[in-house]
Design a protein around this ligand. Structure first.
Ligand SMILES: Cc1cc2nc3c(=O)[nH]c(=O)nc-3n(C[C@H](O)[C@H](O)[C@H](O)COP(=O)(O)OP(=O)(O)OC[C@H]3O[C@@H](n4cnc5c(N)ncnc54)[C@H](O)[C@@H]3O)c2cc1C
Length: 395
């Protein structure tokens, strides 16, 4: 008989609600517990879900609700010192979908609750107890919850990761802070184009807003990590000054910063990546999403990998009766893929702040490199990944 009928999921970001929807499809009843007080009390900002992430969402019937709030992007370009070069793309996979994080959380929350999945807010996991044949989550308000297993979908600063193994590493700070805004300035780029720009001092990206203006995201070099609360305590004017100092001479970076209304500026916090996590599971606890594998945001895959892992975990729990075997099979299905993508993204990260000489060189060489690039080979396996939900998983 199957060991798992009920699950506690820690975290109602992306992996948590998707895992709950997939478990529901696999016949397992999950309850999600989230530390924040509401679905929209998040770090904010926008993120792009890759075609493979959208394909995975389709398996739990959540693709349409996400697409409904998103702006599609099917063209990409790279810009060095103002010179924009189209990036070759993989054909036939569909666009990336750029979503506001708050809208995404709200959509997943609404879909989960519509299907009868309880999500409890204001519940921060602080500890676990491990009686025989069950696991109990202990929350900071003194309450507890018990189920057959506990899934840590609690993000890059995961508490569950340390409860599984105190020797598991924590996240590495990239030296960058995310800041986003919407500018009145209109960029010279076709609709649906996301441009990755190497400024003189730092990296940024931008895409035209369908309603007018341009949405941009900056990766601002900053010597130490800061919490969202710390970052938001810094007055917006001061962030704008730092942004002007960093991007003021860039094209179109300078215009984007200068025409951004302070009310439309958001600090989305320090950017972290996870080094490989040695232990993804122990006993009746397992990790999913950024808690297990957070690639650099240069990968454009963090959210999509979180969605895929949540669904593969549910498939394994559906088909493999015993928990340890199910967790081990899930890890076997996922580890190689997520670590390969993390390695590719780490290489891109090194190229994010080229000096002036490297910039001149990139400007000359990139068009040639892109013409010779075979996107099908480099990105095809990432974007075409498809989960075969109906095929039974074997140990
Ligand atoms: C600035 C920025 C831009 C990004 N852009 C992209 C992008 O364009 N495309 C992309 O694919 N990815 C992007 N990412 C990465 C993406 O956001 C993550 O990969 C994704 O959010 C992972 O989902 P998750 O559910 O695993 O974790 P999260 O989304 O971080 O959710 C974790 C949830 O767990 C909750 N939680 C944490 N600890 C506890 C606890 N102890 N008890 C209860 N609840 C807890 C948190 O409050 C949170 O709601 C970006 C990240 C950043 C920071």
């Amino acid at each position: 008989m199957r060991d798992t009928r009920t699950a506690i999921i820690i975290g109602a970001g992306i992996a948590g609600p998707v895992a709950a929807l997939a478990l529901r499809r696999a016949g397992i009843q999950a309850t999600v517990y989230e530390g924040y007080d509401s679905p929209t009390a998040t770090q904010g900002g926008a993120l792009a879900i890759a075609p493979n992430g959208i394909a995975a969402l389709r398996l739990v019937g959540a693709d349409e609700i996400v697409i409904a709030t998103a702006t599609p992007s099917d063209r990409m370009a790279m810009s060095v010192d103002g010179k924009r070069v189209p990036l070759p793309t993989v054909g036939g996979v569909g666009p990336y979908q750029c979503v506001d994080r708050n809208h995404l959380h709200r959509a997943l929350h609404d879909e989960a609750t519509r299907r009868g999945i309880p999500i409890e807010y204001g519940k921060r996991l602080v500890d676990v107890r491990e009686p025989a044949d069950a696991v109990t989550g202990v929350f900071d308000d003194g309450t507890t919850a018990t189920a057959d297993l506990l899934i840590g979908a609690d993000g890059v600063r995961s508490t569950v990761r340390g409860l599984i193994d105190p020797a598991n590493p924590g996240p590495d700070y990239t030296g960058l802070v995310g800041v986003e805004g919407v500018a009145a300035h209109t960029v010279d780029a076709p609709p649906g184009t996301m441009t990755f720009a190497f400024g003189k001092k730092a990296y940024y990206l931008y895409w035209p807003e369908p309603s007018g203006g341009t949405r941009w995201g900056a990766n601002l070099p900053y010597p130490r990590p800061m919490s969202i609360a710390e970052a938001r305590a810094v007055p917006t004017e001061r962030w704008l000054r730092v942004l002007r100092e960093t991007y003021g001479d860039d094209h179109p970076g300078g215009d984007l910063i200068r025409t951004t209304d302070p009310d439309r500026l958001q600090v989305t916090g320090s950017l972290h990546i996870m080094p490989p996590v040695p232990r993804w599971h122990r006993g009746r606890m397992v990790l999913v999403g950024d808690a297990a594998h957070a690639p650099s945001n240069s990968s454009g895959q963090g959210a999509s990998l979180a969605i895929e892992s949540a669904i593969q975990l549910a498939r394994c729990l559906r088909d493999i009766p015993e928990v340890t075997g199910a967790f081990a099979t899930y890890e076997r299905l996922r580890r190689d893929r997520v670590e390969r993508i993390a390695r590719r993204a780490a290489k891109l990260n090194h190229a994010k702040a080229p000096g002036p000489i490297a910039q001149r060189f990139m400007k000359l060489v990139l068009p040639v490199v892109f013409r010779a690039m075979n996107p099908e080979k480099t990105l095809g396996p990432e974007l075409r990944y498809a989960i075969d939900w109906d095929t039974p998983v074997t140990v």
